[in-house]
Design a protein around this ligand. Sequence first.
Ligand code: NAI
Ligand code: MG
Length: 507
Amino acid sequence: MTAGTTVRHFPMLIGGKAVDGENVLEIRDPQNDELVATAASGGASAIDAAVDAARASFDDGGWSRATPAHRSQVLHAIADKLGEQIEELVELEIMANGATVRQATGFHVGYAAPHLAYFADLAARYEFETPMPRASFPVLGQSTMRREPIGVVGAIAPWNFPLLLALWKFAPALAVGNSVVLKPDEKTPLTSLEFGRIAEECGLPPGVFNVVPGPGPDAGARLASHPGVGKIGFTGSTDIGREIMRLASGTVKAVTLELGGKSPALVLDDADIDLAVDGVLYGSMLYSGQICESMTRLLLPDSIHDEFVERLLERASTIQLGDTRDWDTDMGPVVSARQHSRILDYIESGKAEGATLALGGRVPQGERFERGHWIEPTIFTGVSNDMRIAREEIFGPVLSVIRYGSEPEGVALANDTEYGLASSVWSTDNSRALEVAEKIQAGSVWINDSHQINCEVPFGGYKQSGVGRELGPHALDPFTEVKNVHLDLSNRRDARPYDVLLSHADD
Ligand code: NAI
Ligand code: MG
């Protein structure tokens, strides 16, 4: 953007209206730090207004009491529009989060339409009422289990997959009839705001979907503690996940949390090395490693360690950094100055703790990289599992290689972490790999693959990687309340057990 050019401004979306906020967020392109857009930013009062609008739309019933078929149709129409507008959405996404056009088209934004279509399909065939077995004890009766929308659902989303990770929360919430208040990350609100516009064009009633960009500790904290919100879906750091739980506890809100990870790639001694090398690089370096399920610990058996590392370094050194809008670019920058310095600090800690810096570790050389937030693909060998680079989530292009002896030692190392989001096992022997998969404490185990994110299967974490699961056939359940409605069928006073209390009623 050259000096003097005006950039597009994105207002908040509250109650179907474009609203300006207390402050303005400057959206900057991570590859050169240029101002590319501005967005309205709201605080607690904007959240309060959005929750009120959401509640009013819920009580109005235009969405909450619409037929499942109608809701499904509207969501499908939005999904179709997302597909048609993919190029514009990709541009809005990458100008704020620094993904490459290939990554954003194939994954960040590319997954949004099919995932929404999947939720729309679930919405159409969702079992809102399930007859329970007819009860004959203590008296004849019929119960029905009803699943009802909760009311107002809050979604708090991060910057790495701004649209997709928000959609994993708000789409299943909408599918069953809730109204939503979304607080996107303050760096990346653009695609969420654009989504709101598209959704209303496609027939989502005003107020059903509200978007309030704003600071986490202000807007986010208000949403998580708001008495009018019945459920929070969150993706982000484990520290803020703990804070969300604490804030939600005040009004005993349900939470779904998808948090950090330190996922192991456990390579067995019979792995297909060429496949595993590419799979581990895809697993660790995609989107500069800023993905919660990234394979950041590579566990290699002694027998193939040296050969594997040699091929890994060779292959990793072919990864080309460059303009995020160039289809030839493999890797872009990291998202912000803050993340950049945090990642460089971790690289320093790895060196200080005695790991061998085998590749990268610096800001790349060249004029392009003088502005923006660039870091070379970085690989440490000789890492032990107690170093900070093996224990803490770095969220950058940094892979730690750890050696092991026997297979049980490899499995123990894989599980020696406070996290448990994802993992991968690499072996040419399926039955051996399946046995190892059963021993790993993680929400996903990908055998001979990485980042196998499929909307049809559940995703989420063991241990401190989260609470609950997103996606999969049960994705709508966490956005419902369960109600049992019991109808007496006996019509007989004497069949009821009231005499356990009312023994003198006939005296
Ligand atoms: P964060 O956890 O602070 O941000 C995630 C979301 O939470 C944002 O929308 C933010 O505004 C909001 N938030 C922040 N403080 C809040 C509060 N007190 N109450 C309510 N909402 C609040 O993550 P951040 O600072 O952007 O990144 C720090 C680290 O977090 C990364 O280095 C990475 O390790 C991890 N992270 C993990 C993600 C994942 O996909 N699991 C995504 C983003 C970050
Ligand atoms: Mg933060």
